[in-house]
Every structure is written in structure tokens, then in C-alpha cells.
Design a protein around this ligand. Sequence first.
Ligand SMILES: NC(=O)C1=CN([C@@H]2O[C@H](COP(=O)(O)OP(=O)(O)OC[C@H]3O[C@@H](n4cnc5c(N)ncnc54)[C@H](O)[C@@H]3O)[C@@H](O)[C@H]2O)C=CC1
Ligand SMILES: O=C(O)[C@@H]1CCC=N1
Length: 271
Amino acid sequence: MSQKIGFIGGGQMAEALIKGIIASGLYKEENILVAEPNSFRRDHLESNYAVKAYYSNLPIFENCKNIILAVKPQTMKTLLEECRERVQIQHILISIAAGLPISFYIDTLGKPETKVVRVMPNTPALVLEGASALSRNRNVSDSELHEAEEIFMAVGEVVILDETHLDAVTGLSGSGPAYVFSFVEALIDAGVKSGLTRAVSEKLALQTVSGSVKLLRESGEHPAALRGMVTSPGGTAITALHVLEKVGFHGIIMDIVESAVNRSKQLGEAQ
Ligand SMILES: NC(=O)C1=CN([C@@H]2O[C@H](COP(=O)(O)OP(=O)(O)OC[C@H]3O[C@@H](n4cnc5c(N)ncnc54)[C@H](O)[C@@H]3O)[C@@H](O)[C@H]2O)C=CC1
Ligand SMILES: O=C(O)[C@@H]1CCC=N1
């Protein structure tokens, strides 16, 4: 694709998307423009991905139709106020900020005709295994939504949802990698505590998690049915699951996701 794509904010999530988009071949390096005030980040992105990085966001608005807003939610208002005059009818603002509703962009810019796509991606986009949910406002046509969808399809799975579901997505898949990494870290430590070397424990823990996900996907079975296959009567797995259920594992997971969903809503209301 010779069309250019712009990023405003060149942090962790922008980098994940840039890396994935290049690896997938959707955009060439020279057609990816990034506006980033931090010179270390600009140097990092230019030297690692051969993209064009600028201090100012003016080149982004001048050259790109699809513009990914990848700054923190707390910074978004200042950014929108700064670039109010630069946002034109041809631009599609694709924001990945947690919590901020589409109405926030329209109200802050004071331009009701602005095309906005709100997205919640996640960091496994770095390895083309991301999970993203997209929603749009009425100014975005089907073909424009499809272009935005293609960007995130290049780095993983995509669902199109009504905006009312985006906070739930933020709590589940947007923040989800953090829960999974914590679980894996704990599993590795548990192996070490039981006498395995860290290297062996890490190898076994990672393969256990990725193998279990593959089994879930390929068998199409409910997780409870597959759990049943592991638990022999009077065996080790059921003994361990007893401990897990005594501390309320299901409830804890539901509580952590709910807390992230509520935080996402709060971020939207606070700006
Ligand atoms: N990290 C994650 O796992 C996910 C993050 N998000 C969202 O992505 C957005 C970015 O998050 P991260 O990449 O984690 O944050 P980050 O802090 O790594 O990146 C933000 C970048 O924006 C830059 N920046 C600040 N003001 C700017 C301005 N006026 N113009 C251009 N750049 C500016 C900062 O220098 C920084 O490099 C957030 O809104 C977050 O809610 C969404 C899904 C997952
Ligand atoms: O914690 C955060 O704010 C970001 C948004 C989703 C995942 N990480």
C-alpha cells in the first residue's frame, strides 16, 4: 500500500502496531509517519523500524488520511486542542486511548463532522497476535471503517462492536496481557519453588499456556470439559483446583476485569 499512515504518540502501543504493520506488509516503513516529542523515542523508532519520526504532528496531518492517536488518555485533551485547526474532513482519527468516548473527540475539537474510530487493541500486536475491538461514529463510512479494520487485522483478530462495549473490551483483552503475564510469572516461580531450574520452569510454563490455548482453539471444547480431562479422581490436578477454588479464583478474575472496566469508565469521565 503506498498510502501513508500516521501515529501521534510513539510509545509502547504505537511501537507494537508499527512493528506488526511492517511485519504484515500492510504499510512500508517509509510510509509510516510518527509524531513524538521525546527524542529518545524518535531515535528508537527511526533506527529500529526505519519509519519517519517528527517532533511536530503537522507532517502527519499534511500527509496521512488515517491517523492513529496513541497518546495517554490524560494527554488527549491537550493534543486535540493543539491540533484543532489541523483536523480536516478527510482525516480519520483512529484513537486507541483507553476510556475516552467518541463524543470526547467531537466535543473537544468542536467539529461534529470529524470522523472518529475508537479502538482497543493489545500488546500481542507486537507478534501479530493482537486482539482489537473497533467502533465508529456516524461520519465514518463502511469503506473507511474497513480501512481501519485492515490496520488492526494486520496485527491480529478484530471485532467490530457498538461503542457501549469498549470499556468491557478494555478490561478484558486490552488489559488482559497484564493478567496473563502475571499468571505465567507466578507459574514459573512455582516451578522454581518446587525445585526446577528457572530455565526449565520457564520453558514448561510457556508451553503449558500456549499448548492449552491451542487445545482450546482446535478442540472447540468448553474450558470446563478440557479441565475435566486433566483431573483424575483423587489426583494432583483436582487437589490443586480445590486450593484455587477455596481462594475464589473465578471471582478474583471477574473482580479484576470489572475493576479495569470501571477504571476505563473513570478515565473517560475524568477528562
Ligand atoms: N499499553 C497497552 O497495553 C495499551 C495501551 N492502550 C492505549 O494506548 C495509548 C498509549 O499507551 P502506551 O503506548 O502504553 O503509552 P506510552 O506512554 O508508552 O506512549 C505515549 C507516547 O505519547 C507521547 N506523547 C505525549 N504527548 C504527546 C503529544 N502531544 N504528541 C505526540 N506524542 C505525545 C509520549 O512521549 C509517549 O511516547 C494510551 O491511550 C493507552 O490507553 C491501548 C491498549 C493497550
Ligand atoms: O493500563 C492502561 O491504561 C492501558 C490500556 C489498556 C491496557 N493498558
